[in-house]
Each structure stands twice: as C-alpha cells, then as structure tokens.
Ligand binder design. Structure first.
Ligand code: FNR
Length: 749
C-alpha cells in the first residue's frame, strides 16, 4: 500500500469537515482608476499535505468527493466574504468545478449571500474546460446563476481557441483573459483571441479582465489588449481578508438581464414571429447544409457547429466523412438525432433525441464564430414520397441573435462527454499568477513536481487513452504542442495519426499498431508534419504501456523527440561515405588499369597470375602465359606520330581482349608488349591449347589498323609458357614466354 495514502485520506477528511477549507481573497482592480471592484475567493486546504488547492482538488477527484469539496470551498468563500464584511458594491468571484456544475447546490449560498449587509454581488467563474465537456449543464447553470441575479465570468479565455466560439452562447459578464496573453510575446494566436474578445465585449458591454499582471509591462500589455479590469501581484496577492488600501469601485452592469439565458423549445422556435419561411425538398436542404459546413471549415477552430439529423440513419457514411473533417478543423461539433450515440465518431458530440423532442422533427444547422453566424432552421412538413422529395419549411438566417439562441437551444441538449476524465482544474489558487497546469494532470497523480518536470522537458510527452474509441490524446506537455505545431486544445481528443503524411513509413505504423495491440513498448522514427504549414520533421517516438492497479493497459505514454537534424546529418554522412567509396573504388581501379588501353597493369596481372597458380595447384589444372609483342613500334611512331602509335596499341589490346574467355587476363606489359594469362586449362591439353590461342592472338593482333586513314600492318611476335610444364612460378613462365617471343626477359620485380 502507498505509505502516504492514509496521511492523504486524513487530510482530505479534514478538508471536508466544516471549516476545513478556508478562502483567501485577491483584489480585482479597474485599470483606469486603480479602484478595487471585486475579490476573487481562492481556496486553501487545511495545513498539511493537501494545503495546496491543486493537490487538494486532485485528491478529492480521485476519491470521488469533488462535489463535496467544491461546495465546501464556495461556502468558505461566501462565509469568508460575509464574515469579513465585504463592502457593497464590491463583488465576489467564486469558482465552480466543471464536473459538478449541474449539481452545485446554490441555495445554501443564496442564504449566506442574503445575510450580507447590502447583499453580496456574486460572479461565478466558469472555466472553459466545462464548455466542451458539459455544454448542456453549463448552459443550465448559467441560466440558474442569472436567475439569481448573479454574474458569470468565463475563465482562462485564450487558453483554447474553442472558448472564443462559446463566448456568445454563454454571454459572460466578464471575460478573463488567460495570463499567458499578458505575459507572453504577442503572436498571431493572441491577435486572434483579442479580435474575438473585443468583438464580443463591444457588442455586449462585457468587461475584459486580464489575469497575471505582475509588473508594469504586463499592465501595459493588458491595456493594449483592451482589458479594463486586472488581477495579479501588481495589485495585490491573495490574503486572508478581502481588504486593501485602494478606493472602491464597482463592476460594469451585467450583460444579460436577470432570468435570461433559457432558450425556447427548439431552434426553429427561435425564429422571430413573422419570419418568411420557404418550402424546400430534402435535396435542397442537403446542399444548403453542405454550404454551411464549408463555411465552418473556412472559419476553423473558433467555430461551433451544431446540427440535427432527425434520426441516426440520416447520419450516412458520406456525412460521417464530412463531419470527420469538421471535427478535425473546427472548435466544437455536435450532432443530434434519435438513436445517435454520444460519440458517433471520435471527437463528435452526439446526442440521442427523445422521440417526442420537437427537435426530432427539425433540420437545423447552426454555425457560430466570433465574427460570423448563420442558421439553417427547417421543420419537416411530414410529406410522403421519395426521401429526397420530402418537404420542409425553412429559413436561412444570418441574424446573429437568432443563431446564438438556436445554438444554445441545441447545446442545451448535448450529452456530457462520454467516459472521459475531465482534465484537472488548473491549479487555480496555488500557481496563479503563473502558468496554468496542463490539462489531464490528474492522470499523473501528484501534480507539482511531475508537472514542472513535464513542462520543462524539451521532449514531447503525451498520454493516450487506449480504452477510448480511436485512442485519443488525453494529455500533452508544452513541448509536444511545439513539436506538433498545434495547441493543446486542438490536440486533446485526437489520435496522433493526424501528424502523419503520405511519406510516413507504413511498415513503422504497422509495428506501432501491433505493439499497442500487444500492450508492448516500441520505438520508431517517423516522418511527421508540423503545424498548418505541414512542415516535415523526423519524430523519434518511444511508446510504453501504462497499466492500472489491476495490471490492465489503460493508457500509453509517448515520448517524442525531434531528430530531424540528426537524421539529416546522418543522411549527409552516408551520402558522403558512398561518394568516398566511389572515389576509392575508382582510385583502386585506376591503380590496376593501364590508362591508355584500359587493360590491367603489369602489377595487377602479376598478382592475378600468382592467384591463378595457387588455385591451379589446388584444382590440379594448368595455367598458360602468352606474351604478344608489337614489332617496330618505334618506326611506326616515327612515321605516323606518337598518337598513332598509341592508337595502334589500343587497337591491339582490344583485339586481344576480344579473343579471350571471360576469366582470362590481359595486361599491358611493357611499352610495346602485352601479357595474356589463361587460367584453369586442362592439365593434359594445356600446352596444345596455349599454342592454339597464341596463334589466334597473333593473327588478331597482326591484322591491319587504320592509322591516319592508312591501313598499317604491324608485325607481332608471340611466345607462350605453361605451368606446370615449362616453369613453376610467374617469373619462370614470363621468362619462357618472352624468350619464345624472341624478346629479352624484362627486369623482374
Ligand atoms: C502515437 N502515435 C503517433 N504517431 C505519430 O505519427 N506521431 C506521434 O507523435 C505519435 N505519438 C503517439 C503516442 C502514443 C502514446 C500512441 C499510443 C501513439 C501513433 C498513432 O497514434 C497510431 O497509433 C499509428 O498511426 C498507428 O495506428 P493507425 O493510424 O494505423 O490506426
């Protein structure tokens, strides 16, 4: 058993006792005036191993008591604020965990808030992690919060592009910018976020709050980004009491009137009275829907797409294909229809509509992005006949308000994400200001040290849940985001194969598949593609299974290293080596080749003859050596010139070569002579055979050669020697052959 477990259990139990958790309060300040307008309540556990809220929440989540802890934290926040007499008109920002959104008991809080003199203005902070995981619960909670007259803040905006898409549906009163926006160097992603946030804030009057302001540079950046409120160490650290020296101000008025936020019964019902409706057969609606899908693809990751299909059978294979693209390229996609599963394809949020749900009779496609909104809202007229001729009445509207309400109506039906652990809460009190914790950290147990290590490592680290359909990523560290060139929000929930391109080795992929199927480790180097530019890089991938307590493989951990430089250097080295080998082979060849005739050199033939004799000794056969000398070369040179003499020698060499067998050797021996070696002759006929070939060579070499347009016949002298008949080594054979050719033996080496 884990030795620290009992200690952690005791600490968790202590936290859950009344008064076990306490709140600290951090001021939220109006940037223009410096006045404090609100305090955010941040939880702290009892002294001990779970004092830090990230550890405390991770332990509660693991023990299945997250809702209890979350409620206890809010009670602590409210009691603390009321107890310390948070003066009106200051507001209190409190957090809610996404998992417990719909079960969060608000009545107790209302009672505490009501006890505050002058009332307590409350703003509930909702993290963007709730958006994708539980949109319906989130919308319901927001509606309840508004009914109470409380405000809503959308937290960590910008950490994921998708939160931008949801902003108009949630209508938060305060948009809290992720602290990276003020702390990091501006880039295109920040511009995209600010474009969307400013559009929303201008249209609704919502306040923009920048977190993580620690110094004047951060403050200047916050203002530049359009923030009017700020929070961070520059204005005050979290402290036990909601009190500071600053003047008091108040939050801007709420964006939505109290009680708003509930949508009518169906998207079609969102159309204002008097909207002109048209009639169209299904065939036209198909094309209109596809057009809206194309718009959504163009808008990309800041776009939410919601669509209805009446029944699951209308979600055909070609629809599946198109929706796969939408899931890949947009922020959030939901499909609703009777009989549709909660995940019709990886990443697509499916919802099974009840038979009596009015949406069951509608054909709705809503595409919503920060600067674009369109809704196709249609109702089945119940006509009979061929399927493509079925008639609908419909409106196609670009009215943003209608599209927002229609999307809200559909999202209010979307089932919570199936079987997926919600990523851990960002370590909201412990680390802020500072970097947010990576999503999925609860999967890693102790957050602190492990998280910092994972954030620091230059290797990409990811976790894949192999129990979920299509093995999606459930955790990526910052290095993985950099390697992939894609942000965490777009990575989580996808299979890693989207990193591959047509050049990714199919053999390596088959080995990976087989290793995962067998629950084994593997290591491969793959070509992957980075970012929207799809820049190729070499990914050295190590995969290892992660088992649960019972030993079953539940996840895989992947460690990815960019080895592009090494692979390219290695390739260059290999190319150099091949080239060097080529040069060496050529040098070697030249060293044994006579440059004029292209025949073997004297040294080479000598060595080869020795080898032939050695082999013949073993095989019991014979070797003959023939000398062919060109007579009168000097006279020819005098008469026709040196070039002609060389031409004659070259022609002679070629003729000799043409008369020989493949294994026979011919070499330029002296300036005007050649040596031919015939290995592997039958011992009993070797002398005769040598004589025959000598005669044939003499005839060939003695034929006329055209020099300077004139046929010239040079005389040749030939002589042969046989081993073992005439001599017992190479020198002896040469001597015999040269004498027979009428030549003085040349100097021997
Ligand atoms: C992968 N896979 C993977 N593939 C890739 O091209 N780049 C990567 O970085 C990774 N990383 C990675 C991490 C982990 C933990 C797992 C389990 C897998 C491989 C990919 O997801 C998939 O398994 C292979 O493409 C083979 O399966 P398919 O595509 O044939 O289904």
């Amino acid at each position: 058993m884990d030795p620290v477990r009992p200690e952690l259990d005791a600490a968790l139990a202590a936290a859950l006792r009344p008064g076990g958790v306490r709140s600290v309060f951090q001021p939220i300040v109006e940037l223009d005036t410096g006045a404090v307008v609100a305090y955010e309540a941040l939880a702290r556990g009892p002294e001990g191993p779970l004092q830090r809220p990230d550890l405390l929440f991770a332990a509660a989540r693991e023990a299945g008591v997250l809702a209890e802890l979350d409620a206890a934290c809010r009670v602590a926040a409210f009691s603390g604020a009321v107890g310390h007499g948070l003066p009106a008109p200051l507001a209190l920002f409190v957090n809610v965990e996404p998992e417990v959104l719909d079960t969060a008991p608000l009545d107790e809080l209302l009672a505490i808030a009501g006890s505050a003199p002058g009332g307590l203005r409350v703003v509930l902070e909702i993290t963007e992690r709730a958006l994708a995981a539980r949109p319906a619960e989130l919308l319901r909670t927001v509606a309840r919060v508004r009914e109470l007259g409380w405000g809503v803040a959308l937290d960590d905006v910008g950490a994921e592009a998708m939160s931008l898409a949801f902003m108009p549906i949630l209508r938060p009163d305060v948009v809290k910018l992720d602290l990276r926006l003020v702390q990091e160097r501006p880039g295109p992603a920040i511009a995209q976020i600010m474009n969307a946030v400013n559009a929303y804030a201008q249209a609704t009057g919502a306040a923009v709050l920048a977190e993580g302001i620690e110094n004047d540079a951060h403050l200047a950046m916050a203002r530049a980004l359009g923030a009017t409120l700020g929070q961070g160490w520059l204005f005050g650290r979290p402290s036990p009491e909601p009190a500071c020296e600053r003047p008091l101000g108040s939050l801007p008025a709420p964006v939505a009137p109290p009680g708003s936020g509930t949508e009518p019964g169906s998207p079609f019902a969102c159309l204002p009275a008097g909207t002109a409706l048209r009639r169209a057969p299904k065939a036209l609606l198909i094309e209109l829907s596809k057009q809206l899908e194309r718009e959504a693809l163009r808008l990309g990751e800041t776009c939410v797409v919601t669509a209805t299909f009446q029944e699951a059978r209308h979600f055909t294979p070609s629809t599946t294909q198109r929706y796969r693209d939408l899931v890949e390229r947009t922020g959030f996609v939901a499909a609703l229809g009777e009989g549709l599963p909660t995940e019709p394809l990886p990443g697509l949020r499916g919802t099974d509509l009840a038979g009596d749900d009015p949406v069951r009779g509608e054909w709705d496609v809503v595409v919503l992005a920060p600067h674009f909104a369109v809704a196709l809202l249609a109702r089945d007229l119940g006509t009979t006949g061929p399927d493509l001729q079925r008639e609908f009445e419909y409106a196609l509207t670009y009215d943003r308000d209608v599209a927002v309400r229609a999307a809200g109506s559909l999202l209010g039906r979307v089932a919570p994400r199936a079987g997926r652990t919600l990523p851990a809460a960002p370590t909201r009190s412990a680390v802020r200001p500072g970097s947010p914790a990576p999503a999925g950290l609860d999967l890693l147990g102790d957050a602190g040290l492990v998280r910092r290590a994972l954030e620091a490592t230059p290797s990409g680290v990811c976790l894949v849940d192999v129990r979920l359909p299509d093995q999606p990523l459930v955790y990526v560290n910052p290095a993985f985001e950099r390697l992939a060139g894609v942000s965490r929000g777009e990575l989580l929930g996808r299979n890693c194969r989207f990193l591959q391109g047509p050049d990714t080795d199919p053999g390596a992929l088959a080995r990976i598949r087989a290793a995962i199927a067998a629950g084994e480790e593997c290591r491969e180097v793959l070509v992957n593609l980075r970012g929207p530019e799809r820049t190729p890089w070499y990914n050295e991938l190590h995969l290892a299974p992660v088992t649960d307590a019972a030993g079953a493989v539940v996840q895989y951990i992947g460690v990815q290293v960019d080895v592009t430089e090494q692979v390219l250097a290695q390739r260059a080295l290999e190319q150099e080596r091949d080239r060097a080998r080529g040069y060496l082979a050529r040098i070697e060849e030249l060293s044994v080749t006579d440059p004029l005739t292209g025949l073997a050199t004297r040294r080479h033939v000598q060595e080869q003859t020795e080898t032939a004799l050695w082999n013949a000794r073993g095989a019991g056969d014979a070797v003959a050596l023939i000398v062919v000398a060109v007579d009168g070369l000097a006279a020819i040179e005098d008469r026709y010139g040196p070039a002609a003499a060389e031409e004659l020698l070259t022609a002679t060499g070629q003729r000799l070569r043409g008369r020989l067998r493949r294994g026979d050797l011919v070499a330029r021996w002296a300036r005007d002579s050649f040596v031919v070696v015939l290995p592997g002759l039958a011992a009993d006929s070797a002398v005769r055979e040598a004589a025959r070939i000598r005669a044939a060579l003499a005839e060939a070499a003695g034929g006329p050669v055209a020099l300077d347009g004139t046929p010239v016949v040079a005389g040749v002298s030939t002589g042969a020697g046989c081993w073992p008949a005439d001599a017992d080594d190479v020198a002896g054979l040469l001597s015999v052959a040269e004498r027979a050719a009428g030549r003085l033996p040349v100097a021997r080496r």
